[in-house]
Design a protein around this ligand. Structure first.
Ligand code: BES
Ligand code: MN
Ligand code: ZN
Length: 491
């Protein structure tokens, strides 16, 4: 989808989308105004947030389709509203199979034009997203061209051009994460996931190093390898480096994404219903690759190293078993009580690696880690466990902008006691109670008191049904927030 900024010259077949505030239902053109008044009179369009009303006009012997789009009250306008309503209009335009859409943004003091343009671009790209590459008779995609304009502002300023570029890149990163999550596990396994990371690195300007099983053993990543060893597919340790701030080369943010390209549960096997969507158990890895792509592409002035310990959790004669006691790169021993609590095992070695070998002094890990996160917060909100309120504050600020939701869970000492084992240092599965907290705090045992955020995206990385900006499948969460958090640090 191509998005650009230009002044209006609508022709036949094009759709014009007019954004309107509920407290100011007027438009500069008389014929349009007439329709607004009529529709409003019959309660068909009130300008409330998300209201959508379509009609056609007769212009110079041709038909012009107009979509009225409600923004709610002007004083309440946010970028979130711009994204949500724009997505609605784009879906409608795709339904109507037009080739060109003109988005006519409102004149307002509440939001900067660049902010509106950027978020309208993101929404347009995301609303057009589909994953249909495996449908042999998928219809030709409706290739929409989107033009953005605002009354009284004919020419795009350099800032507007840059806002559209940024919007496109953000959307690309999110879409990359969605695609990776949606690829089935027979296509996307550790090696091919690593290839995708290499490709993204080449395209966007970050370095990628991929290690195989030899190096994983040499690094003594026993926790990671224990999960990986039953699979026919070789595990890969994927390391992505971006150094955009050489003046402060000691400041390194570590990103760690859970990269289970498939999770059968292992000997603590999942029922089929729980296994069928487990190709998505690399949602953390996908989001890390998506976020790195945007960060590097926009050349942010920060240093970030992302690590993915990619593998499959399978069953074989060589698999790890409930009751095993294993080691880890950090030296701590772990009693395996459930082979389906595998994510934390791969993550602790990746976290230890990014701190010890890549010198990260802050860590964010993101993982589709526990079904309990879905039980606690549903599929709209990412669960957070952290040891640092300031770091959490940064996340909340970024998320207030991106609209992705996060909520912190407590990490009292009583919970920390639960991850201890009677016969080893730690226990990988203390049971159902407080499952999301104990999974997070298990990882917390390996962060060496560095500022750390653990994001359990089991609920948010995958959508069971479509919402404003997503279709069923991978959502690309929380790519946008990761990018925004890092961008706010880039000076
Ligand atoms: N990948 C799953 C968590 C998951 C479940 C993600 C549903 C998305 C949707 C994880 O590896 C897992 O199996 N967790 C167990 C942990 C338990 C054994 C302590 C769970 O949540 O049941
Ligand atoms: Mn599991
Ligand atoms: Zn898993």
């Amino acid at each position: 989808m191509k998005v650009s900024y230009r002044s209006f010259t609508c022709s036949q077949g094009d759709i014009k989308v007019i954004y309107l505030f509920e407290d100011n239902l007027t438009f500069s053109k008389e014929e349009v105004n007439k329709h607004i008044v009529l529709a409003n009179g019959r309660n068909l369009f009130n300008g409330k947030k998300g209201d959508l009303y379509t009609f056609t006009l007769d212009v110079n012997e041709t038909i012009q389709t107009i979509i009225l789009l409600g923004l709610g009250k002007e004083e309440d306008l946010t970028v979130d509203t711009i994204r949500k309503v724009t997505a609605k209009a784009i879906r409608k335009a795709n339904e109507l199979k037009v080739s060109t859409v003109f988005l006519r943004l409102p004149k307002t003091e509440v939001l900067q034009i660049e902010e509106m343009v950027k978020n309208a671009t993101i929404a347009a790209q995301l609303a057009g997203y589909k994953f249909d590459r495996y449908k042999t008779n998928s219809k030709e995609e409706n290739d929409l061209t989107v033009s953005i304009a605002r009354c009284g502002l004919k020419e795009a300023t350099p800032e507007i051009v840059s806002a559209i570029e940024e919007g496109n890149e953000v959307a690309k990163g999110i879409i990359l994460a969605r695609d990776l999550v949606n690829e089935p596990a027979n296509v996307l396994y550790p090696e091919t996931l690593a290839e995708e990371a290499v490709k993204a690195g080449k395209q966007n300007g970050f370095e990628v190093e991929v290690h195989g099983v030899e190096k994983i053993k040499e690094l003594k990543m026993e926790a990671f390898y224990s999960v990986a060893k039953a699979s026919e597919k070789e595990p890969k340790l994927i390391v992505m480096r971006y150094f955009g701030n050489p003046e402060q080369k000691g400041e390194i943010l570590g990103l760690v994404g859970k990269g289970l390209t498939y999770d059968s549960g292992g000997y603590s096997i999942k029922p089929t219903s729980g296994m069928v969507d487990m190709k998505s158990d690399m949602g953390g890895a996908a989001s890390v690759i998506g976020a790195m792509s945007i960060i590097a592409n926009r050349q942010l002035k920060v240093n970030v190293v992302a690590v993915v310990a990619a593998c499959e959790n399978m069953i074989s004669g060589g698999a790890y078993k409930p009751g095993d006691i294993i080691g880890s790169m950090a030296g701590k021993t772990i009693e395996i009580r459930n082979t389906d609590a595998e994510g934390r095992l791969t993550l602790v070695d990746a976290v230890n690696y990014v701190i010890e070998k890549e010198n990260a002094n802050e860590v964010i890990d993101l993982a589709t880690l526990t079904g309990a996160a879905l039980v606690a917060l549903g599929d709209t909100t990412t669960a957070v466990v952290t040891n640092n309120d300031k770091f959490y504050g940064e996340l909340k600020e970024a998320s207030a902008y991106t609209g992705e939701k996060f909520w912190q869970l407590p990490s009292f000492d009583e919970y920390k006691e639960m991850v201890k084992s009677e016969i080893a240092d730690l226990n990988n599965s203390p049971g159902r109670n407080a499952g999301t907290i104990t999974a997070g705090l298990f990882i917390g045992e390996f962060v060496q008191n560095k500022p750390w955020l653990h994001l359990d995206i089991a609920g948010t990385a995958w959508a069971d049904k479509k919402t404003d900006l997503t279709v069923k499948g991978g959502t690309g969460a929380p790519v946008h927030t990761l990018y925004e958090l890092v961008k706010r640090r880039s000076k």
